[in-house]
Design a protein around this ligand. Structure first.
Ligand SMILES: [Zn+2]
Length: 378
């Protein structure tokens, strides 16, 4: 388990490691000695690793790839925080100043493996993509404002958007997320411009020097959840299939299921590679709460599996919902993850799991990891 309590601590500890990496060069180039944390209108930028940054305080966690190709966002926070988030993104781009850096390796094939910088201080590149992990307004509320501030990277696999290339960033999501946003009467400009319906979707080209995949987690927090895998920075964005602060929210009305949440956690554990035992290595950014590693994710998976299995035994013994609530199946975990008030109480979680286990069929299980690249799609 990571021995830091706050995000600022994570950023500080990661900065030490980053001195050996390209991102370390970024801070050296920017002449920054202090931890890479910024504050702007309540939004806080925290370096995760590689190209990847977490913007906390804008609603749900917002994650960004920031580099020479521009900005790719995973989720867009709450609508009310969109302007503050945009300001913070632009401030971070100014701080990183990619104009003075050579392009990352592996860009554009062998001819790009040169040491001469191609970029000579151009203005910061715009927001190119917004990837939505699911439809909830605390994760998609900034879509309209941030997409309007961006420009689509025409010529990629977003052919549907090329004619609109100067009209804002592309928004990608699982198709169920689009359906839920339409049902919720989200503004037209906030809706995904491109959707996928298979097991996963990959950007057809590198962005900021790495491959990026959305992978569908069926029937977990909702029925339209995607996790996002940054393959070179080694970061997984979990959306609300994982929370480092609360029990998982299970959106029963939109296909959420405790078994799907546990499947998603198992999937991410399979995808993640710790640097030693279960520590470090692949970092996982939850939908809310602090940056995590495999140990944190494994603890959360174990907790949910134990709670679910205890409740299944109670249900098999014929206990009613009231009986199960009275037996407090989450008791040992409540000090860390429970809540007596607010939008997602412990009681609501127990009731959702009870209803899942007694009323709703479990979602289809995963068959394995997708091919890394070049392999046939399934
Ligand atoms: Zn959510």
């Amino acid at each position: 388990m990571r021995r830091v309590t706050g995000m600022r601590g994570v950023a500080t500890s990661i900065l030490g490691l980053a001195a050996l990496t390209a991102s370390g060069a970024v801070f050296a180039a920017a002449g920054r000695g202090e931890p890479p944390v910024l504050r702007q209108g309540g939004v806080e930028a925290v370096h995760v690793q590689g190209n990847i940054w977490l913007f906390a305080g804008a609603g749900g966690n917002v994650v960004a790839s920031v580099g020479p190709d521009g900005v790719l966002l995973v989720d867009s926070g709450a609508e009310s925080m969109a302007e503050a988030l945009l300001t913070e993104i632009q401030e971070l781009q100014r701080m990183l100043d990619f104009g003075s850096l050579p392009p990352p390796g592996l860009r554009g094939g062998a001819e790009a493996l040169q040491t001469t910088p191609i970029y000579t201080r151009p203005p910061p590149k715009p927001i190119r993509y917004i990837l939505n992990t699911h439809y909830h307004p605390d994760h998609t509320g900034g879509n309209e404002t941030l997409a309007n501030a961006g420009v689509t990277f025409a010529g990629g696999n977003v052919s549907g958007s090329i004619q609109d290339a100067d009209e804002g960033a592309a928004i990608l999501a699982h198709e169920n997320t689009l359906f839920h946003m339409v049902d919720a009467e989200a503004p037209f400009r906030a809706l995904p411009t491109d959707t996928y319906y298979g097991e996963y979707y990959k950007l057809s080209h590198f962005f900021n020097g790495e491959g990026i995949r959305l992978i569908h987690m069926p029937g977990a927090h909702t029925d339209g959840d995607s996790i996002v895998h940054f393959t070179r920075s080694d970061v997984i964005v979990a959306g609300d299939t994982y929370s480092a602060a609360t029990y998982p929210v299970i959106d029963l009305e939109r296909g959420g299921h405790i078994n799907g949440v546990i499947d998603a956690l198992n999937y991410m554990l399979e995808l993640a590679i710790p640097s030693f035992r279960t520590e470090g290595g692949t970092l996982i950014v939850p939908g809310s709460g602090r940056i995590s590693d495999s140990a944190d994710l494994g603890y959360y998976r174990d907790m949910l599996t134990i709670i679910r299995d205890h409740m299944q035994i109670m249900i098999d013994d014929g206990m009613s919902l009231e009986d199960v609530k009275a037996a407090r199946p989450t008791l040992g975990y409540d000090p860390r993850f429970g809540a007596d008030d607010g939008p997602w109480t412990t009681e609501m979680f127990v009731e959702a799991v009870y209803r899942n286990l007694t009323e709703t069929p479990a979602p289809e299980e995963y068959r394995g990891l997708p091919p890394y690249s070049g392999g046939p799609g399934r």
